[in-house]
Design a protein around this ligand. Structure first.
Ligand code: SAM
Length: 280
């Protein structure tokens, strides 16, 4: 019978955050697949555990993944850990889970620390609906394109960011989403120098223009206020009227303007119908 892959979250800074179940799982498996064995051995020492380890990381996952799956298929059990946080969240663990799923190998996730949920919960921003964007692309053009696509995003947005890219990202955020957008800069969560700054995107950009970004960051950014849609809708309505004057049927005009302005087709159609009735 095939073994099982356990996804074992590890602390994102505070060793006290390792759960009893995470520790028991590490103790119970036949081997551990670790992002960096030097990091994981410190955790194992803290737990007074010794375990055979293999590495599984971004640079070897193509060969290491199938090798781990073969051992699982042969009946061994494995715990996947990363340097910090929940495996498979913004790291190659997602590929190993997909390989296991494809091979019919069981995967069990142990819940635990994850930088994105820690940051979201402490951000002071709406948590009911959110979108996790992970790391933005390195390439400036692709990064701006991704942010452009988020201009009208109403959900709270969460980004992971490396310190050396923080300034560029804050500048891009200010240019695409506007400097007045509220955000939380969550730095060194659960660590000695933990800091949560609740400010606007513009204030964050100004602050880090003079202050050297140090440590690990999660950026939580407020979504676009829904009322801004009304402005877009007004502009879209004018476009419908223009298209109608050019002879386009109402339904087609509403569909085209909705597409152009990124507003809801049905709402736009109803508003155009209503204003047509009003104007006689
Ligand atoms: N799998 C991890 C998790 O569950 O959060 C994330 C791995 S990702 C490669 C590493 C990124 O997570 C960092 O660049 C940073 O954005 C964020 N991160 C990890 N630990 C953090 C901490 N203690 N404080 C703030 N951000 C952290």
């Amino acid at each position: 019978m095939a073994g099982k892959l356990y996804l074992v979250p590890t602390p994102i800074g505070n060793l006290g955050d390792i759960s009893r179940r995470a520790a028991e799982t590490l103790a119970s498996v036949e081997f551990i697949a670790a992002e960096d064995t030097r990091v994981t051995v410190k955790l194992l020492n803290h737990l007074e555990l010794r375990k055979p380890m293999v590495t599984y990381h971004r640079h070897n996952c193509e060969a290491a993944g199938p090798a781990i799956v073969r051992r699982l298929e042969a009946g061994e059990s494995c715990a996947l850990v990363t340097d910090a946080g929940t495996p498979a969240i913004s790291d190659p663990g997602e590929d190993l889970v997909a390989l296991c799923a494809a091979a019919g190998v069981e995967v069990e996730a142990v819940p635990g620390p994850c930088a994105l949920t820690v940051a979201l919960s402490v951000s002071g921003l709406p948590t009911g609906r959110f979108t996790f964007e992970g790391f933005l692309p390195l390439n400036k053009k692709n990064r701006r394109a991704q942010l452009d696509g988020l201009r009208r995003e109403e959900r709270t947005m969460i980004f992971y960011e490396a310190p050396h890219k923080l300034r560029a990202t804050l500048d891009d955020l200010a240019q695409t989403l506007g400097p007045d957008r509220p955000m939380a800069v969550c730095r060194e969560l659960t660590k000695l120098h933990e800091e949560v700054l609740r400010l606007t995107v513009g204030e964050a950009a100004e602050r880090y223009a003079v202050q050297e970004p140090r440590g690990e960051f999660v950026l939580v950014v407020a979504g676009c206020p829904p009322q801004e849609e009304a402005g877009d809708e007004d502009a879209a309505l004018l476009r419908v009227e223009q298209l109608r004057r050019e002879g386009m049927p109402l339904k087609a005009a509403a569909a085209q303007a909705a597409e152009e302005f990124g507003v809801k087709k049905r709402t736009l159609y109803n508003r155009a119908l209503e204003s047509g009735r009003r104007d006689g």
